[in-house]
Design a protein around this ligand. Sequence first.
Ligand code: DKA
Length: 133
Amino acid sequence: MVEQFVGTWKLTASDNFDEYMKAIGVGFATRQMGNMAKPNLVFSVSDGVISMKAQSTFKTTEISFKLNEEFDETTADDRKTKTTFTFENGKLVQKQTWDGKTTVLEREIQDGKLIAKCTMDDVVAVRTYEKEA
Ligand code: DKA
């Protein structure tokens, strides 16, 4: 159920994120901002439309989408991607393709925390979010 993601989540840990950003082609200056940012992730669901807002001092992005339907996304690092979300085995899976490349971001709830696993080729970053009271 995607409803389990609904709420506001705060980044509390980030592992290998700089390497992930390098792997997707993010330049040095933007990586510094990305490494420092402690985003809030805000999920809501209404009438089958899921909204995901990532708020930080660096940038705020918001996307709204339906599962299994491709849409155009502009990412925080300004990639223009074709993006599709699916829900598989309890994981919300975001597939982004651009310039012949593909990255996958899998989000799931584990022990009450939202875990985001970001994969680009053989590079994996894991980011942990905890729910705001
Ligand atoms: C997450 O949900 C993963 C966010 C991935 C963003 C990649 C681009 C960042 C550029 C600053 O935590």
